[in-house]
Design a protein around this ligand. Structure first.
Ligand code: GLA
Length: 372
């Protein structure tokens, strides 16, 4: 019988800390129950990889060693990219069949792409016993996205997908990848995601643009003060003294990253102290900063966050992930959850003539073998 391995890799939420990871910042994500499941087995060929995307009922064949990009926006690029990057670490020895399916809504900001990348990297590693450590697989998946998909993403999504732990958030320092697990104990409150069902195609180009603005801001700051090697070497109190060197847009971009980093560390402290109110307050501040200083929100997300401000059973709300659509993450009193979802859905439909999709989340473990 052919040896078949099944691997599951989760999507993620991010409690706080968006658009900080690619600038050596801090993030506080957690892996969720939804994810991508990959089945993989040897197919007896020397170099033929047959891929089947179950949800789309589409096939694609890849020849090992020939890793040309597929057409833009194709799911194929994730697979080709991961194989190419894994192969750079250790040669993939022979052909195999791989099929995958998932339940992370695409374009929702829950990282369906990292779930796909990590599941494939981990499955190939397991099938051939390549013994590549998770830390290297995480980087390979990130590079697949840089080099084959074209998003110059940070490391948060791939890291949380691989390293998630049930009922815990991960405080990750994206500079040196040191991390600590924080139990998620929200008392009477629960996390619910509201998917705006908007996915702007601006997202990719704007994402890369934000990253390059921050890099430009940093190089100007470094030229003024050589001790500033990262935006986290400056705090919010010091930043105004550099205002004269940065144009207003660059200034606001850097301000977001610096303030968001401080909020992540404050949020982790608040979680330790079970201060859920404080956590909620920081989430609102994060949204404001992402919307006004970083300009990665959109009218639908701003509306969803604003609507919660009139509800005393909601402690916090903010856009989550890359932005320009996708989900908000909300801290809602458990007894009011149904009422919350109903009223938000009604208001959203009235305003935008669109459905809202709510998701309650279970915080689960990272990439793992589920069948062998
Ligand atoms: C996307 C990227 C991440 C991160 C978030 C924003 O999800 O993949 O690396 O930058 O956006 O926080």
């Amino acid at each position: 019988m052919v040896k078949e391995i099944k691997v599951k890799s989760p999507g993620r939420i991010n409690i706080i800390g968006d658009h900080t990871d690619y600038m050596d910042g801090y993030v506080l994500p957690a892996a969720i129950g939804r994810g991508v499941t990959v089945s993989i087995h040897l197919n007896g060929t020397e170099d033929m990889v047959q891929v089947f995307a179950q949800d789309m009922q589409q096939n694609h064949t890849i020849t090992l060693g020939k890793y040309e990009k597929y057409q833009p926006n194709g799911w194929q690029n994730y697979v080709i990219g991961v194989l190419a990057e894994v192969n750079k670490i250790k040669k993939i020895p022979s052909g195999f069949d791989l099929s995958f399916s998932g339940d992370v809504p695409i374009g929702s900001g829950m990282s369906s792409s990292a779930a796909l990348e990590c599941s494939i990297a981990y499955a190939v590693n397991a099938l051939f016993d390549l013994k590549i450590p998770k830390s290297k697989l995480i980087k390979a998946c990130q590079l697949a996205e840089h080099n084959y998909v074209g998003t110059k993403c940070g490391i948060m999504d791939q890291f949380s997908s691989m390293m998630g732990k049930a009922d815990h958030a991960i405080l990750l320092d994206c500079q040196d990848l040191s991390f600590e697990y924080y139990p998620i104990q929200l008392g009477e409150y629960e996390i619910v995601l509201l998917n705006s069902n908007v996915s702007h195609n601006l997202a990719e180009s704007q994402y890369n643009l934000r990253r390059s603005s921050c890099e430009e801001g940093l190089s100007i700051l470094h030229a003024e003060n050589e001790k500033i090697n990262s935006l986290r070497d400056l705090n919010l109190k010091e930043l105004p003294s550099y205002q004269q060197y940065l144009d207003p847009i660059l200034y606001r971009r850097c301000k977001h990253v610096i303030s968001e980093n401080e909020r992540v560390l404050d949020a982790a402290k608040a979680m330790n102290l079970n201060d859920i109110e404080k956590l909620g307050h920081l989430m609102y501040q994060s949204h404001l900063s992402l919307s006004k200083d970083y300009e990665v929100s959109c009218p639908e997300l701003d509306f969803l966050v604003d609507q919660t401000k009139h509800k005393d059973f909601v402690l916090g709300s903010r856009m989550m992930g890359g932005g320009f659509g996708g989900c908000t993450i909300n801290l809602v009193h458990a007894t009011q959850m149904e009422k919350f979802i109903e009223s938000m859905s009604d208001d959203y439909a009235k305003k935008f003539n669109r459905d809202l999709s709510p998701y309650t989340v279970k915080i689960n473990s990272g990439t793992r073998i589920i069948e062998k």
